[in-house]
Write a protein of this length. Sequence first.
Length: 346
Amino acid sequence: MKKIILTGDRPTGKLHVGHYVGSLKRRVELQNSGEYDDIYIMIADAQALTDNADNPEKVRKNISEVALDYLSCGLDPEKSNLFVQSYVSELTELTFYYSNLVTVSRLKRNPTVKSEIQMRGFNASIPVGFFTYPISQAADITAFKATTVPVGEDQLPMLEQAREIVRSFNTTYDEVLVEPKALLPENEICRLPGTDGKAKMSKSLGNCIYLSDEPEDIRKKIMSMYTDPDHIRIEDPGKLEGNTVFTYLDAFCKDELFAEYLPDYSCLQELKDHYTRGGLGDVKVKKFLYSVIMEELSPIQARRKELEKDIPAVMEILHKGSIKAKEVAAGTLSEVKHAMKIDYFD
Ligand code: TRP
């Protein structure tokens, strides 16, 4: 069986270092591993509209932003098919048919939907499109017969529901769909906290470092990062748990970087030991973190600056990818319709 990846992001903002550490970096590794026959990376604009119906401009604007982030991080259109969800109208058709196989109570039980409904304060006024997005996500995955879906932990309930839909379809009609597996991040630090120490980075909290932030803004954000509130004087012993600066170092630091940027230490453990012992100030650690992060982001930002010069070329990459994705999805849709006995005129 072919090994096929599908994954994606909602275009509701530029991507930040949390996306990079949690998913983008991994996607590029998977792409370059050569282990996959096909890779589809989708900009989920239709899904973004399920809770942004009144804000189409935001979604539209972020299509090229997300594409720029993808390309500058190393996703290569020769190896990964980048496409826009709404262009592939077959996905909507599949969603409609799959929705016959899912009950309202099952959707209500989906923990991701539950917590997102709470987060968005929908209460009783949940848009139907939003409520049913797990079904649309099953369509996204199955249209490409994806075997592997690299996602964060929060998306596991979506995958579980997609697998149920596949099993239900295949037993009710015919063995057409492929059961996908989630591929979780390997590293433990798959979720970076916000710069304020809050668990999640979010635009509304203003606690994100974006991949496309100017270096000066990144420096400011790092210099005001949340650390250990009890580490007041340099001599005080400091705590590592919940200390955002060290969480970021765990995600970004490579021991080789000490020689260049902080030669008093040879590895991260040494730096941590000194911090917990006392005698190491936050400013010094933060300056080091800035160097470490910029080491990783500088080449990405340089590529982004180049790509930004020709947005029509970026849109053309998405257009080509979307045409190809549409062909593949149309193939699956016709198999689905055949299995459902609604292929009257073929
Ligand atoms: N729900 C994902 C997110 O919020 C985006 C997405 C849409 C997706 N369809 C998908 C991810 C299918 C994986 C597979 O970022």
